[in-house]
Design a protein around this ligand. Structure first.
Ligand SMILES: [Zn+2]
Length: 235
């Protein structure tokens, strides 16, 4: 396949002011970047598995300026750019707590809209969330990029329900897989499923009631260059 370069942007930095959940029951908070960068690193692995090249626009924990991120994606001529975020309304679990997933593209970008719609279609599968839709929005990451670019808001950090999702590793995997499936569909590339290696193949060559015979068989196998171990079992 033609080599596609996917620019992956994890919103903010670990210490960016504000960008964190309200205090959780154990007294800690979730920083938005912790969610964003975890999803991006999972997405990076999946996309490479599918044959894509990737470009991390902000590979460190620093609060990389947005202009630096878009300049990098533009200079490397990325095919598309995906920016991953977690949403927030007022930084409080009290009061109005909107929920749901939304995807942004730059107003007037037909390709950006198509990419947003394709990725969003997968994002609203899996875990049931409110579908807040695909929206045109004037944001730096999708405005200053030369390539089709979208920004995903995967859920609200200040929703008591959705913070549980955002902290959950299975949900983070799911978001990464869904974005990857949307990218594959948009670029007409086959999505490569993860190969699970949870099977072991045991080869049995004999069973002996006398241990000396088992040892002798093992010695013969080893002299032929095979590995052999003796396991015991009740008759
Ligand atoms: Zn954000």
């Amino acid at each position: 396949m033609a080599k596609y370069l996917i620019a992956l942007d994890d919103g903010h930095g670990m210490e960016t002011a504000g960008k964190r959940s309200p205090k959780l029951s154990d007294g800690t908070v979730m920083r938005e970047n912790e969610f964003n960068k975890t999803v991006i690193s999972k997405l990076d692995i999946i996309l490479k598995r599918c044959g894509f090249d990737t470009l991390l626009t902000a590979p460190t924990d620093a609060d990389t300026p947005l202009s630096q991120r878009t300049a990098l994606a533009n200079s490397k001529k990325a095919t598309i750019l995906i920016s991953v975020h977690a949403n927030a309304l007022d930084g409080s679990f009290d009061g109005s707590n909107p929920r749901g997933v939304e995807t942004y593209y730059y107003p007037g970008s037909a390709k950006g809209k198509k990419l947003a719609e394709t990725v969003h279609k997968y994002l609203i599968q899996g875990t049931k969330q409110i579908d807040r839709g695909v929206k045109a929005q004037n944001l730096h990451m999708i405005r200053e990029t030369d390539m089709p670019a979208i920004l995903v808001e995967a859920g609200f950090m200040d929703s008591p329900e959705e913070i549980k999702l955002l902290l959950n590793d299975d949900f983070r995997n799911e978001v990464a897989e869904e974005i990857a499936k949307g990218i594959c569909e948009y670029l007409d590339v086959k999505y490569a499923q993860e190969e699970k290696e949870d099977v072991i193949y045991r080869l049995q060559v004999g069973a002996y009631s006398n241990r000396d015979n088992a040892v002798a068989a093992r010695t013969r196998l080893k002299s032929l260059g095979y590995d052999a171990i003796i396991v015991t079992d009740k008759k």
